[in-house]
Ligand binder design. Structure first.
Ligand code: 3HC
Length: 311
């Protein structure tokens, strides 16, 4: 049974009163928020790599500027989320160390390669589409700083998805080769995008507690279903085929029946065996090491300034 503080805490959560940094909270609540917000932040930072790879290769100056703006947005999303995580008593350095040592995760989707320009369209359309589906409900999460970060992030995400869908439209309605590239990108990103919502509800270890604490507002399967129902008509509009022969509208369910992703692949990628896991982590380790001199300089400058003030 619960202690008086836990009862008071749960009453606030049930009454949709936001939990703020200085409020009492169960250790488990703090722990799972650091885990989720930290991994969310890592996803934003690592998520810059697949797209960053194409900024110098964009087909037009306009596409280059749009992609540059999107990748910069993702960096900002990472910073908001690291700041939200810091309010729970963990430092940015601790979170970075946990990412670089493989102790903390980032979204599995970023362990897949972006092989050509159509992939950049598929990433905006499907990956940001899935991220929006997951982040919109998170605006109502019970922890104040996380909820406010989500509200701000969601404002920028719709542009991310629209620019991706615009690329897909251009290619699907372009030459036969371009349409083939768009279909191939959909084929390769469809199932990894479904995996972004997490394992099935039966396999989800955190969902029950996260929903009781209103950290998670919808279950993994609920959001995955909503994503499929929203995305299939968009694929049809493009004249592209979703790579799932079991996909079928189910009238009484009011949604599509669809094939689950290959969960053994999902857990294999989480174990580090995806196509790009090593590249992504090496890129972040190199960025950290190459940036050491900048951090040292900034710290030295700050210490000198502080010393001058004292004198
Ligand atoms: N990639 C990597 N790990 C995943 C995952 C995925 N797609 N889905 C689930 N997992 C991990 C969980 O982190 C957990 O492992 P852990 O205990 O080591 O953290 C394990 O699989 C079991 O999954 P659960 O469903 O029990 O875990 P959660 O309750 O945390 O649910 C989640 C998973 C739905 C991803 C939830 O953590 C969440 O909503 N996180 C915030 C959203 C987020 O991180 N989105 C990343 C999308 S990409 C992005 O934001 C960038 C965009 O701008 C492009």
């Amino acid at each position: 049974d619960m202690s008086p503080e836990e009862v008071a805490f749960q009453d606030k959560v049930d009454a949709d009163i936001k939990i703020e940094p200085r409020d009492w909270m169960p250790d488990g609540y703090r722990k799972t928020l650091i885990r989720q917000i930290g991994q969310h932040a890592h996803s934003e930072i690592v998520g810059q790599l697949p797209e960053g790879n194409w900024i110098a290769r964009a087909p037009t100056l306009e596409r280059k500027m749009i992609l540059l703006a999107k990748v910069q947005d993702e960096a900002g999303h990472g910073l908001y989320l690291y700041s939200a995580a810091e309010t729970l008593g963990v430092t940015r350095d601790e979170l970075t160390e946990a990412l670089l040592s493989g102790k903390m995760k980032y979204s599995s989707i970023f362990n897949y390669p972006t092989l050509n320009w159509a992939d950049i369209g598929a990433v905006g359309w499907l990956v940001d589409g899935a991220a929006i589906m997951n982040q919109v409900p998170l605006q109502r999460t019970s922890y104040g700083p996380y909820s406010r970060a989500m509200i701000r992030i969601c404002k920028e995400e719709s542009f991310h998805q629209r620019q991706g869908y615009d690329i897909m439209m251009k290619m699907a309605q372009g030459t036969p080769e371009q349409k083939k590239m768009a279909q191939d990108a959909l084929n390769r990103f469809w199932y990894p995008s479904l995996m972004m919502f997490g394992p099935s509800d039966a396999e989800s270890v955190h969902s029950a507690q996260s929903m009781a604490w209103k950290i998670k507002i919808n279950t993994n399967d609920e959001l995955r279903q909503k994503f499929v129902d929203q995305t299939v008509p968009q694929a049809e509009y493009l004249g592209l085929t979703v790579p799932d022969e079991n996909l079928k509208w189910n009238e009484e369910k009011g949604g599509y029946d669809f094939s689950e992703p290959d969960w053994s692949e999902f857990f294999d990628v989480l174990k580090g065996n995806g196509p790009c896991n090593n590249d992504r982590l090496n890129a972040r380790v190199n960025a950290w090491e190459d940036g050491q001199w900048v951090r040292d300089g900034l710290l030295a400058h700050a210490e000198k300034k502080a010393a001058r003030k004292v004198a």
